[in-house]
Design a protein around this ligand. Structure first.
Ligand code: IPM
Ligand code: MG
Length: 358
């Protein structure tokens, strides 16, 4: 029996609600499957800890979670704490040192879900966005000097390294090759950003020859937004920098019907460190504590975690349970136009998982 030790970091806001729901679903899958066990350990890191103790996570936090098989993360963000503190104190404080450089964001219209795009249904929008997750605009390099004076300067330096660009582009080329359409779009802004972005384009030209099965094309990020909206079926796998893919993935999530559905994997492909799985939606303070958050983004993220752990059967059982529930259309949260609670959606997905056993 394989036992997977999962570091559960629910974090802030609705993170606590959706991670609890996700752990219930994982337990149901393990029971159904019978060949693996999930052992979650909870870490109460986040903004409440910051307000109490002055840090989002303990100084030896990374040592505490390094031995785990995976990290299941809720969200970080609280109106009482500046966003750059909660982000750099937790999510980036884990992603960067654990070299989770490949941020994988599938965007697909699930059965029964309506896209805001007219006439676009399941099958017309099935993308995976690969976001560079360790450098670029999120490098942390920069500074702020002459504070408060007329001469004040604020600098955020986008750092692109050849090794960082090569590894994410190879990852995306390999992922594109493994998907049926074998289609990869490189997104940059090499007309305006004439150094790092031109290097991205040049490295892509060098690497793509190693993947002759993959059809590639290139877009500038601004034009990419219009293509995503006007011609979604022309896209499949997409690779972009940290910030560009951050923006494009929110657009992608909205086009698939709701941000509440969208999952993420922060992967360390070499497996030197645990990888981290989280819903994209964030802490959503406006609805926290009401039990109405959509847990599907957290469930889909759990499916990506199972896939990464080598439990492909359980991962696809979870995806089909999610699809049964969205397809039936009876149990949906408010973001999808329904009235169901988090617990009702969780119950429906667990019932679908149990049904798959019969
Ligand atoms: C995301 C989020 C984060 C990011 C925020 C919470 C800082 O938007 O995961 O896409 O920008 O990386
Ligand atoms: Mg984002």
């Amino acid at each position: 029996m394989n036992t997977y030790r999962i570091a559960a970091i629910p974090g802030d806001g609705i993170g606590t609600e959706v991670i609890a729901a996700g752990l219930e679903v994982l337990a149901a899958l393990a029971t159904r499957d019978g060949s693996f066990r999930i052992e979650p350990v909870h870490f109460d890191w986040g903004s409440n800890r910051y307000l109490r103790e002055g840090a989002m996570m303990p100084a030896d936090g990374l040592d505490q979670i390094k031995p785990f098989d995976a990290i299941y993360f809720g969200s970080a963000g609280d109106p009482r704490v500046p966003d750059h503190i909660s982000l750099w104190g937790l999510r980036l404080a884990i992603c960067q040192p654990f070299e989770q450089y490949a941020n994988v964001r599938p965007a697909r219209i699930l059965p029964g879900i309506e896209s805001p795009l007219r006439g676009v249904g399941p099958g017309d929008l099935d993308w995976v966005i690969v976001r560079e997750n360790s450098e670029g605009e999120y490098s942390g390099a920069g500074g702020r000097v002459h504070r408060g004076f007329g001469s004040e300067v604020g600098l955020d330096v986008a750092v692109f390294t050849r090794s960082g660009v090569e590894r994410i582009q190879r990852f995306a080329l390999e992922l594109a090759r493994s998907r049926p359409r074998k289609l990869l779009t490189l997104v940059t802004k090499s007309n305006a950003q004439r150094h790092g972005m031109v290097m991205w384009d040049a490295i892509f030209e060098e690497l793509k020859g190693d993947y002759p099965e993959v059809t590639t094309d290139k877009m500038l990020v601004d034009a990419m937004t219009t293509r995503m909206v006007l011609n979604p079926a022309s896209l499949d796998t997409i690779v972009a920098t940290n910030l560009h893919a951050d923006v494009l993935s929110d657009l992608a999530a909205a086009l698939t019907g709701s941000l509440g559905l969208a999952p993420t994997a922060n992967l360390n492909p070499e497996r030197d460190f645990p990888s981290m799985f989280e819903p994209i939606h964030g802490s959503a303070f406006d609805i926290m504590g009401q039990g109405i958050a959509n847990p599907i983004g957290a469930f889909w993220s759990a499916a990506m975690m199972l896939e990464h752990l080598g439990e492909a059967g359980a991962a696809s059982a979870l995806i089909s349970a999610i699809e049964q529930v969205t397809g039936a259309g009876r149990v949906r949260t408010r973001d999808l136009g329904g009235e169901a609670t988090t617990a009702e959606v969780t119950g429906a997905v667990i019932a679908a998982i149990a049904g798959a056993n019969a």
